[in-house]
Ligand binder design. Structure first.
Ligand code: ADP
Length: 480
């Protein structure tokens, strides 16, 4: 029953209404208990009855009515108005008439009528009003005003003393019930309005989510409804965009993999065919065919290795062997490894290493990252260029390894994309200069650095060169 938002809202409103009503009722009841105001309506009624009765008594006296006639009149008024009427002797104050069937007060003297304090009652002159303790112990609210007719008597009008409960019941219960009903109706309306404003966008969201589940990723929700719902819709939209982008990159990935594998396979097929059908006749031609088959299969093997590494990185299966790494040594080692290649290409390779704190990481993986960046620099920098590896601590708790070259640089528009899988700025350029690149190196490097809680930054200017900087958090401890 309480599953829907509407019923929950309604129930909470109902609870608030009930609590509010109980509080108001309690306050009013407390007020009825302590205040003499509860006597006011009763006294006003008695005064009104007394006044009407005075007129009737006066008329009766003018007509020469007897004692029986007076009693009859008083009996009639008592029954009609549901009020007890007493006639007492004006001098002795002894009761000579009591409208109550048992005439219990007959013969008693009504001497003590206590006037409640702080009672805002505007009584007629010389009237008597207040509480009277009857001979049988009950408390009565009584009222008498000076008599014009039959002035040997005092006519006293009495009702049982109004209790706080009876006052509360007579004057507050109905308004409170009315207020409760109105508040409940209003809360139904409010719950309807709120649930509609929340439910409609939610239904749209559910529809869009189903569409995504069925493969239609192009979903954008209008931002409407309460702020929280708009936030969810906003998050939904960015999620949909993300899913769309992921799907797209997956499609691109498959297309790229197939394309990049197909190229060496075609080459291998062609050259092996040439060997088989005897097209490559001379030893030189056969040598060339074997060399190409060998290098293309190496290229394919490298690519498959990279793909496997990426797959492991994406699925979180690649476990790092964490240990304190001497980054200075690591950079020196990478430079030493790549030196022959630099010399072969006539590129000046320099190393500038400042003392830095150790980094907690996987030495092999970090070597892979720096080697990749430095190898790229050597690949894209033309002979006669300059590649430098620099190690610094820009912040006390950070180590920065910069690989700079004065090669062709990367166009600003391409920079945001170079870390994407298979992205190559200019495939033809890569191929011509150094076969083997397939646009996975930077994607792997980025993932590996992220695994070390670090980041890669690239600054590049077309025609002037590029600087790739890897920032890694330093292991806490004193600097060497
Ligand atoms: P690749 O195997 O093609 O080198 P990477 O992911 O390592 O793949 O690099 C992506 C692309 O970024 C490269 O194809 C190249 O266009 C560009 N790039 C990377 N490093 C450099 C650099 N030092 N100078 C110029 N371009 C670079």
């Amino acid at each position: 029953m309480l599953k829907s938002l509407r019923s929950r809202l309604l129930l909470s409103y109902l609870a608030v209404i009930v609590v509010a009503l109980v509080l108001v009722a309690g306050t009013l009841f407390g007020f009825s208990t302590v205040s003499a105001v509860r006597y006011l309506p009763g006294l006003q009624r008695l005064a009104a009855i007394s006044l009407t009765n005075q007129v009737d008594l006066l008329r009766l006296q003018q007509l020469g009515g007897s004692g029986d006639d007076v009693e009859q009149l008083l009996d009639g008024t008592s029954v009609a108005q549901d009020v007890r009427i007493i006639a007492a002797d004006a001098l002795s104050l002894r009761v000579v008439y009591d409208s109550a069937p048992n005439g219990a007060w007959l013969g008693h003297r009504i001497t003590e009528v206590s006037e409640p304090r702080d009672l805002p009652f505007d009584a007629a002159n010389n009237s008597i009003f207040g509480l009277y303790q009857s001979p049988d112990g009950d408390s009565w609210l009584v009222y008498a005003q000076p008599t014009l007719a039959f002035d040997r008597f005092i006519f006293l009008y009495a009702i049982p003393e109004p209790t706080p409960l009876s006052f509360f019941r007579d004057f507050f219960v109905n308004p409170l019930i009315g207020a409760g009903v109105i508040a409940f109706l209003l809360s139904i309306l409010l719950a309807l309005i709120i649930t509609t404003s929340v439910a409609r966008p939610l239904q749209r969201m559910a529809g869009a989510a189903e569409a995504i589940a069925e493969g239609d990723y192009d979903q954008a929700l209008a931002l409407e409804g309460p702020r929280e719902v708009r936030r969810v819709a906003n998050s939904f939209n960015s999620m949909a965009r993300q899913v769309n982008a992921t799907q797209q990159s997956q499609r691109d990935f498959v297309a790229n993999v197939s394309h990049d594998l197909k190229t060496p396979i075609t080459s291998i097929q062609g050259w092996s065919q040439a060997l088989l059908d005897g097209t490559a006749v001379t030893p030189e031609e056969q040598q060339q065919a074997a060399r190409i088959i060998n290098s293309e299969s190496e290229r394919m093997a490298r690519m498959v290795d990279d793909l496997l590494a990426l797959a492991r990185l994406s699925s979180g299966q690649l476990a790092l062997t964490l240990e304190p790494v001497d980054v200075a040594q690591l950079v020196e080692d990478v430079a030493a490894t790549l030196l022959p290649r630099a010399q072969e290409k006539q590129i000046e390779l320099t190393v500038d290493v400042a003392p830095v704190p150790p980094v907690r990481g996987d030495a092999d993986r970090l070597t892979q990252v720096i080697t990749n960046l430095a190898a790229n620099a050597l690949t894209y920098t033309p002979p006669g260029g300059h590649v430098s590896l620099t190690l610094r601590t820009p912040e006390d708790d950070e180590v920065a390894i910069a690989v700079a070259d004065d090669g062709p640089g990367i166009p600003a528009a391409e920079l945001p994309r170079i870390f994407e899988r298979f992205y190559q700025v200019d495939k033809s350029r890569t191929r011509v200069q150094e076969p083997g690149g397939h646009g996975l190196g930077l994607a792997i490097a980025k993932e590996l650095v992220a695994l070390h809680n670090g980041r890669i930054q690239v600054d590049s200017q077309e025609g002037r060169g590029s600087i790739f900087t890897v920032f890694l958090p330093a292991e806490a401890g004193p600097r060497p």
